[in-house]
Design a protein around this ligand. Structure first.
Ligand SMILES: Cc1ncc(COP(=O)(O)O)c(C=O)c1O
Length: 379
């Protein structure tokens, strides 16, 4: 579909206008009768570490100055955490920015990008923005990326292959041998991008992450991670790319805005990384609550997909929109998957214990109401 004024480039004319989502700020402004429960953005339900808040406050006095284009101390902290050389690390305004930069540096008309679906929308939007073709490979029944399918979709036009582990919105991680199949099967002149936004949750349960396998790859690769989830600073917008070579890191820097990170974000991120215990505690609590939330959903009669992230998804087996709307009317915000072919799936982010209780009660009411409505509908 080509739609929009002539001053927009042809690929941009074909993009949807982001309708926006309810956020902590917009809901506070709405003055709803009850405290909203935000379980639709996969945020951390806990506030940031007090050390992060302190660091941001201290940095505030210096915001008359620009920050560093590639913050050295934060890069060094990420290098020591991940074992990747600082020169191969690019820090972004969220990992969302890094994924968008991948598309900008690698793709143009005539190129294709291979990606799982449903998955994080940036791969698709970023590629289409550049006029590239998107090859969408349906995830498997249990929510894992279909590695064989991704490899089969590659041809001579393919410049980038995206994988996501654990996958959003399904929650399932890839096994090391599946990552190895990508590492070996993606051609040496194609960039392999593994989105590990939920890495810390998987790692806390024994997941190894993609880096060990990626390190064996001959061709170019990038892993993307974020401080939005397990480090509880989504609002600061800090994510990063771990590149297999200087060439990949330099490619990202070529297209990156020079001052893409605020000084507050950099200070907050450094403090968050320095308080690893706080983050690990958040992750452990979220995992415990995720198990309880999944059990509660199963108790309502819906089988959940296996999740190694901070959310739980399930197939409601009927259009999920009325359930989502009924829960939103009670102030509980969840997300229906929306993707074509998956209109019956629902994702619920793990919240605080009392928020999960409220979500389960609201879900029980909303599904009972919806099932009742459908039974009484004519035809
Ligand atoms: C799979 C995945 N990748 C990337 C992101 C982007 O996160 P951020 O831009 O906050 O780092 C998200 C956010 O939800 C995600 O789910």
């Amino acid at each position: 579909m080509i739609d929009g004024p002539r001053f927009l480039s042809v690929p941009v004319r074909a993009l949807p206008v982001f309708a926006g989502v309810p956020t902590a700020d917009s809901l506070a402004r709405d003055q709803m009768g009850h405290d909203p429960v935000l379980l639709h953005l996969n945020e951390c339900p806990f506030p940031p570490s007090p050390r992060v808040v302190d660091a941001i406050c201290r940095a505030a006095a210096g915001v008359n100055r620009y920050g560093e284009p590639r913050p050295a101390a934060l890069g060094a902290a990420l290098a020591s955490k991940t074992g990747i050389a600082a020169g191969n690390i690019v820090i972004g305004n969220g990992s969302d920015e890094i994924l968008g930069l991948v598309c900008q540096m690698a793709l143009g008309p005539g190129d294709s990008a291979v990606m799982p679906t449903p998955s994080f929308p940036r791969y698709r939007i970023g590629a289409r923005m550049m006029g590239a073709e998107t090859r969408l490979v349906r995830i498997l029944e249990d929510g894992r990326n279909d590695v064989a399918g991704l490899l089969k979709a590659i041809d001579h036009t393919t410049k980038v292959v995206f994988a996501c582990t654990p996958n959003n919105p399904s929650g399932a991680p890839l096994a090391p041998d599946e990552i190895r199949a990508l590492v070996e099967g993606v051609p040496d002149d194609v960039l392999l991008v593994v989105d590990e936004a939920y890495y810390e949750f998987d790692a806390a349960e024994g997941g190894t992450g993609a880096l060990d396998e990626l390190a064996r790859r001959r061709g170019p690769w990038l892993s993307t991670r974020t401080l939005s989830k397990s480090y509880a600073i989504a609002g600061m917008r800090v994510g990063y790319g771990l590149a297999g070579s200087q060439a990949v890191a330099d490619g990202l820097v070529r297209v990156k805005l020079n001052f893409n990170l605020s000084r507050l974000a950099v200070a907050g991120a450094q403090a968050a990384l320095a308080d690893e215990r706080y983050s690990q505690e958040c992750v452990a609590r979220v995992i415990a609550e995720r198990r309880r939330l999944a059990a509660g959903i199963e108790g309502l009669g819906f089988g959940t997909l296996p999740s190694r992230a901070n959310f739980v998804s399930f197939d409601y087996r009927a259009n999920a929109v009325p359930v989502m709307a009924a829960m939103a009317a009670e102030g509980v915000f969840i997300r229906e998957w929306r993707d074509p072919g998956f209109e019956t799936f629902i994702r619920i982010t793990v919240g605080l214990p009392e928020e999960n209780d409220r979500a389960l009660r609201a879900l029980g009411r909303a599904t009972a109401l919806d099932m009742g409505n459908r039974e009484t509908m004519p035809g």
